[in-house]
Design a binder for this molecule. Structure first.
Ligand SMILES: *Cc1c(COP(=O)(O)O)cnc(C)c1O
Length: 470
């Protein structure tokens, strides 16, 4: 070790000394334990830099303290924060799936800030059930005899499989052994639920006789899974729920369908392929049906279960139902969302509005945003784009509309994209053909001024000279 290096190390401040300087300069009170840990970490980092030879001169004590204090802001910044989604992907699981309706937010506020009648019957004063707040709504909207809500659809499938088939077999078509992002795989969920997977048919073709041949004394249920995130095309055949209903009835075992996306009403917008609604699935006669609350329904995370009284009751009483129960905030948002459907006001649900937005209206909004971004020094062009449903729903479905394609002399598309993600709120866009694409279909009109602010904050230098026409 060189004498210079030894000298630098020797001059590193002691923890107590740096801590004293930091505390003297702070205007707010911070826990000493947190400050001590930060001071220790800072000194350790300086030591590493010295040993690596990247630090040849020690900053003075005041500078070290000032830097540390600036960095303390990280402890007050939320890790989970708001994102403006200009990706044109309506349901992005990584972006929290469906944005909630204002009515759902108000209901969360009401219920979260104080006590609530979550499990008390306010008329009799006796104990009630949290499920009572939504069961009637769910039955009315679906036509089902009974309904139950749990934490999410993965939980709903697990609960249904375990309650109906633990230790016995569930029959599933090989074409429906789906994997949903985030490691939800039908075979794995079965194993976790203690159910033996009995595969029938082949990947592309499954016939009714495949099920008939596989049914035996060990069969506890038939499972049909909506292949919501992929499509099998070409030489294919699958058995409809209606055909399976009859087979299940003959074998005296229930038919469970995992519908995945959970559509309540047909979606607005033209040329969308038919996606089965919950009411249609219930009407087909399946015994139990599960779906997500935060996919096409546009509500909070939840696992919705619909079906015959007898089977829903069996699930309700299962110990796992308690472990998977929905929390009061999600329940509040779910109830409010369902009421919007009941009263025909579902256009207030952001996701439904995004589906309904027509290309003409999106074009107007894009044209309005365009000069504002140009005035900040970006090269902007209007291009044809398509939005996608995403979130493992409606694969291949494209919603045509415009997008703004941005280029800058100062940033590569990747750099620009990274800078936008680092903004507050963050802005998420797509990159296509070396350009950054801003698709407004997934943007609330109220977010547009914020988008301009975000770009303003990282506008290329010299853009001050290019003023919007005054
Ligand atoms: C999305 C999906 C799930 C998982 O639902 P979560 O609400 O994310 O738990 C299960 N099955 C299918 C078919 C799905 O599409």
């Amino acid at each position: 070790m060189t004498p210079d290096l030894q000298n630098l190390l020797r001059n590193l401040p002691a923890v107590d000394r740096l801590l004293t300087v930091v505390q003297a300069r702070l205007s707010e009170v911070w826990p000493t334990s947190l400050l001590t840990a930060e001071v220790q970490q800072r000194i350790a980092a300086l030591r590493v830099q010295i040993l690596r030879g990247v630090l040849t001169e020690l900053p003075n004590l005041e500078t070290i303290a000032a830097d540390l204090i600036t960095d303390l802001a990280k402890f007050r910044r939320s890790s989970l924060r708001r994102v403006i989604n200009a990706s044109g992907i309506l349901l992005h699981t990584n972006l929290g799936r469906a944005p909630l309706a204002a009515a759902a937010m108000e209901q969360i506020q009401q219920v979260a800030c104080g006590y609530s009648n979550l499990e008390i019957d306010l008329i009799s004063g006796r104990r009630g059930s949290r499920h009572d707040h939504v069961e009637e709504l769910l039955c009315r909207l679906s036509g089902a005899e009974a309904a139950l809500v749990v934490n999410n659809n993965a939980g709903a499938v697990l609960l249904a499989l375990t309650a109906l088939g633990k230790g016995k077999e569930a029959l599933v078509s090989r074409g429906e052994l789906v994997e949903i992002g985030g490691s939800f795989r039908i075979p794995d969920v079965m194993e976790a639920g203690g159910v033996i997977l009995r595969e029938v048919g082949s990947s592309n073709r499954t016939h009714l006789h495949d099920y008939q041949q596989a049914i035996g004394p060990q069969s506890a249920l038939l499972l049909k899974v909506h292949t919501s995130n992929y499509k099998i095309v070409g030489f294919t055949h699958s058995v409809t729920a209606a055909e399976l209903v009859q087979l299940a009835a003959e074998a005296n075992i229930p038919l469970l369908e995992d519908l995945g996306s959970g559509l309540l009403n047909p979606l607005p917008g033209n040329n969308l392929p038919h996606e089965p609604t919950i009411a249609e699935a219930v009407a087909s006669g399946v015994d139990l049906l599960t779906c997500s609350g935060d996919k096409l329904m546009g509500g909070p995370q939840a696992g919705l279960i619909f079906g015959r009284q007898k089977w829903v009751e069996k699930l309700r009483k299962h110990p796992l139902a308690r472990a998977l129960r929905i929390d009061k905030l999600s329940l509040a948002a779910l109830e409010a969302t369902l009421r919007l459907y009941l009263t025909g006001e579902e256009c207030q649900i952001p996701l439904i509005a995004y589906f309904a937005a027509d290309a003409e209206c999106l074009l107007k909004r894009s044209r309005c945003l365009m000069p504002q971004l140009e005035s900040l020094g970006f090269e902007v062009e209007l291009v044809d784009d398509v939005a996608m449903v995403g979130g493992g729903s409606m694969p291949g479905v494209e919603l045509p509309g415009p997008a703004l394609a941005l280029r800058s002399d100062q940033f590569s598309p990747d750099q620009l994209s990274a800078a936008l993600r680092g903004s507050s709120p963050a802005l998420v866009c797509r990159i296509h053909d070396e350009r950054l694409l801003l698709n407004l279909r997934t943007v609330d009109p109220q977010e547009e001024p914020l988008i301009v602010e975000i770009f303003k904050a990282l506008a290329p230098q010299g853009s001050d000279e290019v003023k919007p026409d005054a």
